[in-house]
Write a protein that binds this ligand. Structure first.
Ligand SMILES: [Zn+2]
Length: 407
């Protein structure tokens, strides 16, 4: 039944082809996608110069040294000043490796999205019983530990430290819970050393109801642009999301919960390089024929000024985002649930959408909202300005997400 339904849905999935321009013949270039309509070859030095301008808090929309080689729109996107505001992620998707694999265009699929059941806390006590057990102190510890590494930038000489730390934490939780069925995998990337980390909580053998999986993720890398070895604490962006995924994992594994579907907890590499790590994972899952029921990204959740706010990004999958808003409203009636839009490849959920998996993202704010952490991508993105009591609501949202979709 499930297979038949899926096949039918895939038949109706609409593909949008995004043609790639030809690579300029001389020099080092990267193929960056800024929107579905805009893909452009950018000199490698321009990305670094843009990062330097951001660091210098320049208000310019152009990248002077390269102004005759790249478009004004690309300049504006790279300097993250298009609307006078910062951006989630880096504002582009790096398609260079895809082009180098011989592709002449990128196919973006409208993800076939199932009808999810109406969220119902009363029949999912496995989630709500854990709400009081969320420990903000755990979130703080993970964020402090990750953000005091000098950097987690994917091209730095210590880029493996972030994945190693998270793997050790996952192993410690599994060991304490004696959860021998839980598996940790590293998913390696082409062209750089930082791995994605994936922890899989398998379905209970006697409850398994489908081969489709449920995903919750955050990105483990950080950036302040420019020098790969420069300090990049990335406490909110996105040690906070990684900490929330880890705490959601801890609570479920320690409680002995197992669902009817496998749940994959993911920590992505190189989001700040243009969604590179998540793109590797999403493409690999697609090539391996993995069915994904829904994927949720936790992106910048800790910068909270008062009562907790959860912002659901409405793109790229309005149907799933609407369901997610209802989930937050139903399970967390005291939380202000907002909607906002990104308009570009805001974070790793976009990599899953690209290959036709339903995906969504929650955050403290959208990229053009006043609630967004102004210290993003600077050395000021540190743990001391985050509110871990407020951020705990994102763990509760994560618990509700996993149990609702994989019970
Ligand atoms: Zn981020």
């Amino acid at each position: 039944m499930r297979t038949a339904v899926t096949a039918l849905l895939v038949l109706f999935a609409l593909a949008v082809a995004i043609p790639y321009p030809k690579r300029p013949t001389e020099g080092n270039w990267r193929l960056l996608q800024f929107s579905d309509e805009h893909v452009e070859w950018i000199p490698e030095g321009a990305v670094e110069e843009a990062a330097d301008l951001i660091q210098a808090e320049s208000k310019t929309l152009s990248i002077p040294k390269f102004s005759n080689q790249i478009s004004k729109e690309a300049s504006a996107a790279l300097t993250a000043r298009l609307f006078g505001k910062s951006q989630l992620g880096v504002g582009f998707i790096d398609r260079t490796l895809h082009y180098e694999s011989g592709a002449s265009s990128f196919e973006s699929f409208d993800a076939p999205t199932p009808d999810y059941p109406t969220p119902d806390p009363s029949s999912h006590a496995a989630a709500t019983n854990l709400f009081d057990k969320v420990k903000p102190s755990n979130l703080k510890k993970t964020v402090v530990d990750l953000s005091t590494l000098v950097t987690r930038f994917y091209l730095s000489s210590i880029s493996k430290k972030g994945p190693a730390y998270l793997t050790a934490q996952l192993n410690s939780i599994i060991g304490k819970a004696k959860a021998k069925d839980v598996v940790i995998k590293q998913v390696a990337n082409k062209g750089f050393d930082q791995n994605n980390v994936v922890a899989i909580v398998p379905a209970a053998a006697d409850k398994k109801s489908g081969d489709d999986i449920v995903i919750v993720g955050g990105h483990l890398d950080s950036t302040t642009g420019g020098d790969p070895e420069a300090r990049a604490p990335g406490a909110d962006d996105d040690a906070s999301g990684s900490a929330i995924v880890l705490e959601t994992f801890r609570l479920l594994v320690e409680s002995g919960w197992r669902g009817s579907r496998d749940v994959h907890f993911m920590f992505f590499a190189a989001e700040e390089g243009g969604l590179l790590g998540s793109s590797t994972v999403a493409k690999k899952y697609k090539a391996d024929g993995v069915e994904v029921r829904a994927m949720l990204q936790m992106e910048m959740c800790g910068y909270q000024k008062g009562d907790p706010v959860i912002t659901v990004l409405s793109d790229p999958n309005p149907k799933l985002s609407t369901w997610l808003s209802t989930l937050v409203d139903t399970y967390l009636p005291n939380v202000t649930a907002r909607r906002s839009t990104c308009g570009y490849g805001c974070s790793d959920h976009n990599s899953f959408d690209d290959v036709g998996y339903p995906s969504a993202c929650i955050s403290e704010a959208g990229p053009y909202d006043s609630g967004l952490n102004p210290n993003m991508h600077t050395t000021g993105d540190v743990a001391s300005i985050l509110n871990f009591d407020a951020a705990a609501v994102f763990v509760r949202a994560g618990l509700a997400w996993v149990v609702e979709l994989a019970q």
